[in-house]
Structures are given as structure tokens and as C-alpha cells.
Design a binder for this molecule. Structure first.
Ligand code: ZN
Length: 90
């Protein structure tokens, strides 16, 4: 699990896959009340929802919820935008 830096703020984040195989930026720092745990048995790690009966361990928060720079409303498409965006959105 390799921390990286958010493109919009200075926070350290790690990328995990959601259960439906989407990349999710997670705060690199565990959060006590975080709604997810990271299944490190998988590579890349899978962000799984933590339930009350989930075994204790580090909890994580999705960085979309904590980013200091909130996402702008969807920008208007520009002529240079070919509609294909393979970049991870963070
Ligand atoms: Zn951020």
C-alpha cells in the first residue's frame, strides 16, 4: 500500500478498490470513526464497509469526504476534452 498525495490538497492518501472495482482514495491516516476497513489481503487493498461486528482494527475514511478542497461542480466540456478520462479523479 503506497501512500500518495492528493492532487487537490496536501493530504496523504492511499488508493483502494471498492467492492465494485472502482478506485477510492482513502485517507492514509486511519480514523477512529472511519466507515471502512482495508482488506490488505488483497492487492490492491479492498475498501470494505465496517459493521459493528467487524473485527477491531484500523478504520479509514474515504478522502472524498475529507478533502480540504471540495470538488468543483462538473466543469463544462472543452473542445480539447475528448470525453475519455483515464486519470484517477484525485
Ligand atoms: Zn484532498
Amino acid at each position: 500500500m503506497k501512500p500518495t498525495t492528493c492532487k487537490k490538497c496536501p493530504a496523504d492518501i492511499v488508493f483502494a478498490k471498492s467492492r465494485n472495482d472502482k478506485w477510492m482514495p482513502m485517507d492514509a491516516e486511519p480514523a477512529v470513526e472511519g466507515p471502512f476497513w482495508l482488506d490488505l489481503a488483497e492487492d490492491p487493498p479492498i475498501a470494505r464497509k465496517a459493521y459493528p461486528d467487524t473485527p477491531p482494527g484500523d478504520r479509514y475514511t474515504c478522502h472524498f469526504d475529507t478533502c480540504a478542497v471540495q470538488r468543483d461542480p462538473k466543469p463544462a466540456a472543452t473542445p480539447a476534452d475528448d470525453g475519455v478520462d483515464n486519470d484517477i479523479p484525485f
